[in-house]
Design a protein around this ligand. Structure first.
Ligand code: ADP
Ligand code: MG
Length: 265
């Protein structure tokens, strides 16, 4: 079966006020259905730009994207709007991601309505089902989103993303602002949703420990390019690039783990 997502030669330079900032330079990778690919790298290396290019929130200068066997960059207007439901994104900032007046019900109900996922008479039941899926009680529906905790809001963001039954979820530092125990719960939720639905995930994080917890493969980004990529455990046990080594060194627990693995009998 063809990969779900095939990115080839993707490049983007930001141009503003006479300044050129190359953010993504000739990046290629593939992502299979149901797979989680990590995108790791230091701040400013182009991770969010790459995620936004794939979401078509930013247009590339060069390159191609095939998604669900379609030329994703050639879609526009109604076709793009319709196909967007197959690719959803969850952001780091759970505040900015929602309309400040939204309730849980209106936040999740909107994509259901726009993409006509279920008949309107089934919408309330569908919202309750999605809330249950992300571990929130159905009576959360009436709560204002901004009154929830960060972890609860991220669960609502995931429920909203799942509402259109996407085949790809792009998570951009989606657990980075959460404290450790809440982060672990959200990662566990992601894995269980994937197991159940076959959802693929492009998982962006500067934190290689988080990547290790959920990603089958990882691409290490540095200054807009992919420095190395491969199976997550291989890269963590034998990093080839300076960038990967630095990311691993930033997580003392992984260092210990690695030393242990390499210990002579
Ligand atoms: P990351 O997510 O890895 O931190 P980004 O994709 O946000 O990296 O940024 C990559 C580079 O592009 C950085 O140098 C950043 O300053 C620049 N950049 C990001 N967004 C914009 C923008 N809208 N306009 C101009 N430069 C930008
Ligand atoms: Mg970023």
């Amino acid at each position: 079966m063809a990969p779900l997502l095939v990115v080839e030669g993707l490049s983007k330079t930001y141009r503003s006020q006479g300044r050129n900032t190359p953010a993504v330079c000739d990046v290629s990778f593939t992502l299979n259905r149901g797979e989680t690919l990590g995108l790791a790298g230091p701040s400013g290396c182009g991770k969010s730009t790459l995620a936004r290019l794939i979401m078509r929130l930013v247009e590339p200068d060069e390159g191609s994207i095939r998604f669900e066997d379609e030329d994703w960059l050639s879609l526009s207007g109604q076709d793009l709007r319709q196909n967007r439901q197959h690719m959803q994104m969850v952001f780091q900032d759970t505040h900015a991601a929602f309309n400040p007046r939204a309730t849980v019900e209106t936040a999740i109900g909107e994509p259901l309505r726009i993409h006509n996922i279920v008949p309107s008479r089934h919408r309330t039941a569908e919202i309750a089902r999605l809330l249950e899926r992300v571990g929130l009680p159905a009576n959360f529906a009436k709560r204002p989103v901004l009154e929830l905790s960060g972890g609860q809001r991220q669960r609502v963001a995931i429920a909203r993303a799942l509402s259109t039954r996407p085949s790809l979820l792009v998570m951009d530092e989606a657990v980075s602002a959460l404290d450790v125990s809440v982060r672990a719960q959200i990662l566990q939720l992601l894995v269980s949703v994937q197991r159940e639905t076959g959802l693929a995930c492009l998982f962006v994080s500067h934190d290689i420990a988080v990547i290790r917890a959920v990603c089958h493969r990882v691409a290490i980004m540095d200054a807009g390019t992919i420095a190395e990529h491969g199976e997550t455990r291989h890269i963590i046990s034998a990093p080839q690039s300076q960038t990967a080594r630095r990311l691993i060194a930033a997580v003392p627990r992984l260092q210990t783990h690695k030393d242990h693995d390499n210990a002579q009998p």
